[in-house]
Design a protein around this ligand. Structure first.
Ligand SMILES: [Zn+2]
Ligand SMILES: [Zn+2]
Length: 187
């Protein structure tokens, strides 16, 4: 949805605060016990985020009538401040990741998994912001490659390149658009 400038940028501050808060609560409670499990869950959360990023973008944002009009706003005006308010996304992650994982697993695992997903989401927001708002000549090669990849999502007549932070799942599911505009199934 269309956000105010303040709301758009708040993700970049709110997420580090929430992530540090979650990690602090966990480590003060467990005093270092289960740190390896927590780190493993965090890594799993990061990988899970990359899949969520792909699935949410490809299916929810491009095919579900509840969300697709909002995403069309971004495609029509990529420089506008369009996104999800921080309080909404944080509530969603706590509701769909943290609480179920706590219910079925443990607080430690749920905490690590949620931190991983939130870090992934935060990184996605940052990458997507840099792609659209920073100039090519002031970005690193890493961001320039991701920008070229994402621009093919915006401008190619083909539908594809739904991943923003990684092309991994586009290659897995056959939606990667090569530089010449063809949808390819392998790198
Ligand atoms: Zn899109
Ligand atoms: Zn975009």
């Amino acid at each position: 949805m269309q956000l105010s400038k303040f709301s758009y940028y708040s993700d970049f501050v709110v997420y580090p605060v929430v992530v540090i808060g979650l990690a602090a609560v966990n480590f003060s409670h467990y005093a270092g016990h289960g740190a390896r499990d927590w780190a493993g869950a965090c890594l799993a959360g990061l990988v899970l985020w990359t899949l969520l990023e792909y699935v949410l973008h490809r299916i929810a944002l491009h095919h579900m009538p509840v969300f697709s009009p909002m995403h069309s706003l971004h495609h029509g005006a990529p420089l506008d401040f369009i996104g999800t308010p921080s309080w909404v996304s944080v509530t969603v992650w706590l509701g769909v990741i943290f609480l179920p994982a706590w219910w079925w697993g443990s607080f430690n695992i749920a905490n690590g998994l949620t931190v991983g997903v939130m870090l992934g989401y935060w990184w996605y927001g940052y990458v997507h912001h840099v792609i659209h708002h920073h100039a090519r000549n002031t970005s690193s090669a890493y961001f320039n490659e991701l920008r070229a990849w994402h621009m093919r999502h915006h401008h190619s007549p083909k539908r594809g390149n739904f991943g923003v932070t990684t092309p991994l799942w586009d290659y897995v599911f056959g939606t990667a658009i090569s530089a010449r505009g063809k949808v390819t199934v392998s790198p």
